[in-house]
Design a protein around this ligand. Structure first.
Ligand code: FES
Length: 119
């Protein structure tokens, strides 16, 4: 059920420590973040509060703060703080050499959602 495929997304040098970048991976909006201690994480690039993208949010420890209203999400498990009311999806990630790969599970489908969402 949880089988999937690791897709190459970025090079480790593409993302500075303490920063994050958004990517499209097989139709998924994925945000890759590197903590200040050098760990990489992949989460859904969409805040559960009001559907803002999380790209540009501040990284604090293993958390990211939504740039719009400041909800705090764990990069590890997607758990959240107010004003968000739901967790965000996390993706398994691995680093092979200098390549960051993200595990996409389930049927791969192109959502083709525009940058502004569905509205
Ligand atoms: S949209 Fe992210 S906290 Fe409001």
């Amino acid at each position: 059920m949880s089988e999937g495929t690791y897709f190459p997304v970025a090079k480790t040098a593409d993302i500075e420590q303490g920063k994050c970048k958004a990517y499209q991976v097989e139709g998924h909006d994925v945000l890759i973040a590197q903590t200040k201690t050098g760990d990489f994480y992949a989460v859904e690039n969409l805040c559960s509060h009001a559907d803002a993208t999380l790209e540009g949010g501040r990284i604090r420890g293993n958390h990211i703060m939504c740039p719009l209203h400041g909800a705090r999400f764990s990069l590890v498990d997607g758990s959240f703080g107010p004003p968000a009311w739901a967790p965000i999806k996390t993706y398994q990630l691995r680093v092979e050499g200098d390549e960051i790969q993200v595990l996409i599970t389930g049927p791969v489908e192109k959502k083709n959602r525009g940058a502004m969402g569905m509205f």
